[in-house]
Design a protein around this ligand. Structure first.
Ligand code: NAP
Length: 282
């Protein structure tokens, strides 16, 4: 990798979707239309936008989008009942519960209620365990997207020092596991990490998953390092300071147009995978 690479997530997503078209069409002719159920609780505008984008992306590809919108007033039990119904529904192949749900709801219990076969967003602890062990189910979509972009651009992972900033269950932790399974040496940082900048300076691969705009500074980036910015903050701003990080990076994802579009493509891919598995097991 000699020249600087701007890692074009829109292009990667387009290629993934192109490959999915044929699979969706083959499933459909066999009488199985892949279907993703999205569950939105409450009226949070960003969550509503994300769910709408995911549903629309499904429909563009011929995947059914079953959109469930529940009132912010529902109880944990109501939400669990909805998830149980979707688990039972033979025509639903994947379930996405948009996060965050209102704070009075036990979000973890709701995630755990999703059938492992339909956990296309990799949110259950069982799914996380399988991801960590390197087999089975679907990893969370953003970590899967980060890996897909690096693979698309042939970025070498084995033996590299990857520093992940963030340890959330849907992002920092699973991407750390995926990198570890690919033989990177992984350091996972969080809000208690001391001398963060010194640690990031040692990284060959930096994953920004911190939820703070422009948090990763340009002078923390080692010359030639790969910067994967999963951040998505209001105003389309990433968790890395793109203009400054780009100066030292050998490869970097922009925001927007980096990890975001590939995250949606991975959700579609996992839904199609789930529909194929269901058909095979019929
Ligand atoms: P999150 O649940 O809020 O987790 C943030 C993580 O960052 C936590 O582990 C936290 O540490 C760590 N952190 C916070 N302040 C820190 C500091 N000063 N130094 C080091 N670590 C610090 O966020 P998330 O859901 O993982 O999301 C992270 C980012 O990814 C956000 O910008 C979000 O919008 C974006 N995102 C994008 C997509 C996509 O499709 N592109 C999908 C999901 C999320 P503690 O654990 O110690 O609190």
């Amino acid at each position: 990798m000699e020249n600087k690479l701007i890692l074009d997530g829109t292009r990667v997503a387009a290629e993934i979707k192109e490959q999915l078209k044929e699979r969706v069409s083959s499933l459909t002719t066999q009488g199985t239309i892949p279907c993703l159920a999205t569950v939105l609780v409450g009226e949070d505008p960003s969550s509503a936008t994300y769910v709408k984008m995911k549903g629309n992306a499904c429909e563009k590809l011929g995947i059914l989008s079953k959109r469930i919108h529940l009132s912010a007033e529902i109880t944990t039990e109501d939400l669990l009942n909805t998830i149980h119904e979707l688990n039972q529904d033979e025509n639903v192949h994947g379930i996405l519960l948009q996060h965050p749900v209102p704070s009075h709801i036990d979000e973890r219990a709701a995630f755990e209620a999703i059938d492992i076969e339909k956990d296309v967003d990799g949110v259950t602890s069982w799914g996380f365990g399988q991801t960590s062990f390197g087999f089975g189910s679907y990893p969370s979509c953003t970590p899967a997207a980060i890996m897909a972009i690096m693979d698309f651009y042939d970025i070498s992972i084995e033996g590299k020092h990857a520093v992940v900033v963030g340890r959330s269950p849907i992002l920092g932790k699973p991407v750390s596991m995926l990198l570890l399974n690919r033989n990177a040496t992984v350091t996972t940082c969080h809000s208690y990490t001391q001398n963060l900048n010194e640690i990031v300076k040692q990284a060959d691969i930096v994953v920004a998953a911190v939820g703070k705009p422009k948090f990763i500074q340009g002078d923390w980036i080692k010359q030639g390092a790969v910067v994967m910015d999963a951040g998505y903050n209001p105003g389309n701003i990433g968790d890395a300071d793109y203009e400054e990080c780009e100066k030292n990076a050998g490869a970097i994802t922009p925001v927007p147009g980096g990890v975001g579009p590939v995250t949606i493509a991975m959700l579609l891919k996992h839904t199609v995978d789930a529909a194929e598995k269901k058909l095979e097991n019929k």
